[in-house]
Write a protein that binds this ligand. Structure first.
Ligand code: 13P
Ligand code: SF4
Length: 331
C-alpha cells in the first residue's frame, strides 16, 4: 500500500493495470452499488464520464448535491477545489478524485498566504470568494459564491457593505458591472476562459448570422460585451434549451457542448475560437480524469481528499452561507 500511495503522489492517480476485457461502465456501476458510492461530475468532464455520472452539474449544483447525498463515498469527477468543497460539506464521507493532479489555474492564481496579506489592507471589508479556490482560501472568506449566484449574493448584502472579491478578476468585473457595487478585486483568472479571440468570434458571428453568442462570466469583459447571454455552465445550458435559436457560438470549456447537444439534438453548437491556433477550449486539468482512472479510484478508494480539521471547520461556514442564501433565493 505504501508503494501505491507513493506512486499516487508522483503521478496523481493509481496506475494499476486494468484487464482490457472488462466492461468498465458495468464494473463502475457494480462498484458503486457495493460501496454505496455516488459519482458527481462537472460539465467539463469527458462525455463518457458525464454519461456514467449520477449527477452532472455546475459548481453550485455539485455543492448542493455533495451537501445532501447519503452515499458513503463521493467520486468527484472534476477538479481538486470541487472535491475539497465536497469534503468540507461532508467531512465524514470518503471523497475521491480520479486524478489528484487535476488542479485549476484560477485557484493557483490566488495563494492563500498572499491573499491573507491583501485582506489585511481592507479590515472593514467582507470577503466573498469564488468557489474556484483552495480550502485554505475559503477558510479566509466570509461567503463563497459560484458563477450561478455571485450577482445575487452581492445584491443580498447591504448597499454600503464594503466587499473584497476574489480570485477571478473577470467574474469580479462582471459582478461589479451588474450590481453597480464597488468591489475590491483580486487579480486572478482562468487560463481557459481568457484564450478567446474577439476578432475570430466576430468573424464566426458574421459567417453564422443566425447564431447566438453565449459566454461564461470567467471570460474577459470585451468578450462578454458581445454576448447575447452570459451565465454559468448550467445557465448557458438552460438558455440553449429555452431559447428558440438553432445555432450557438459557445465561449466556455468545450465539455458543456456534450450536454447542450444531448438536450437539444437538432441545434448546432460551435465552440468559440481561441486566439492561438495551437490552443483549444479544453481545460487541461478537468481533462486529466479518465474512465480508467475513475475505475481504479473507486475500486481502491484512492486518491482520497484529506483536509486539516481546522481548515474544514473554518471553510464550512462561508460555503454554508452561500447554500443558505441560494436556498432563500430559490437558486
Ligand atoms: P460553473 O460550472 O460553476 O459555471 O464553473 C465553471 C468553471 O470554470 C468550473 O471550473
Ligand atoms: Fe479552473 Fe478554468 Fe479549468 Fe475551471 S476551466 S477548472 S476555472 S482552469
Amino acid at each position: 500500500m505504501t508503494a501505491i500511495v507513493g506512486d499516487i503522489q508522483a503521478k496523481g492517480y493509481l496506475d494499476v493495470a486494468i484487464d482490457p476485457t472488462l466492461d468498465l461502465i458495468e464494473e463502475i456501476n457494480k462498484l458503486k452499488k457495493e460501496k454505496n458510492a455516488v459519482i458527481l461530475a462537472h460539465y467539463y468532464q469527458e462525455p463518457e464520464i458525464q454519461d456514467i455520472a449520477d449527477y452532472i452539474g455546475d459548481s453550485l449544483g455539485l455543492s448542493q448535491e455533495a451537501a445532501k447525498t447519503d452515499a458513503d463515498v463521493i467520486v468527484f469527477a472534476g477538479v481538486h477545489f470541487m472535491a475539497e468543497t465536497a469534503k468540507i460539506l461532508s467531512p465524514s464521507k470518503k471523497v475521491l478524485l480520479p486524478d489528484a493532479h487535476a488542479g485549476c489555474s484560477l485557484s493557483d492564481s490566488c495563494p492563500p498566504h498572499l491573499f491573507a496579506k491583501f485582506k489585511e489592507q481592507y479590515p472593514d471589508h467582507l470577503v466573498i470568494t469564488y468557489v474556484n479556490c483552495t480550502a485554505e482560501l475559503k477558510a479566509l472568506s466570509d461567503i463563497v459564491c459560484t458563477s450561478s449566484n455571485a450577482v445575487e449574493i452581492v445584491e443580498s448584502l447591504p448597499v454600503d457593505q464594503k466587499i473584497i472579491f476574489g480570485p477571478d478578476r473577470n467574474l469580479g468585473a462582471y459582478v461589479k458591472k451588474k450590481t453597480g457595487r464597488d468591489l475590491v478585486l483580486w487579480n486572478g483568472a482562468c487560463m481557459v476562459h481568457e484564450i478567446f479571440s474577439q476578432e475570430k468570434i466576430q468573424q464566426l458571428m458574421h459567417s453564422h448570422p443566425t447564431a447566438k453568442f453565449i459566454a461564461h462570466p470567467e471570460c474577459e469583459d470585451h468578450i462578454l460585451a458581445m454576448a447575447d447571454y452570459v451565465g454559468s455552465t448550467a445557465g448557458m445550458l438552460k438558455f440553449t434549451q429555452k431559447d428558440p435559436s438553432q445555432k450557438y457560438i459557445v465561449a466556455t470549456e468545450s465539455g458543456i457542448i456534450h450536454q447542450m447537444q444531448k438536450a437539444s439534438p437538432g441545434k448546432q453548437f460551435i465552440p468559440a475560437p481561441p486566439n492561438n491556433a495551437c490552443a483549444c477550449n479544453d481545460c487541461p486539468h478537468m481533462k486529466l480524469n479518465t474512465l480508467e482512472k475513475l475505475y481504479n479510484c473507486l475500486k481502491y478508494e484512492l486518491p482520497a481528499i484529506e483536509l486539516d480539521a481546522q481548515v474544514i471547520a473554518a471553510a464550512q461556514r462561508p460555503i454554508e452561507r452561500m447554500l443558505e442564501i441560494s436556498a432563500q433565493l430559490g437558486l
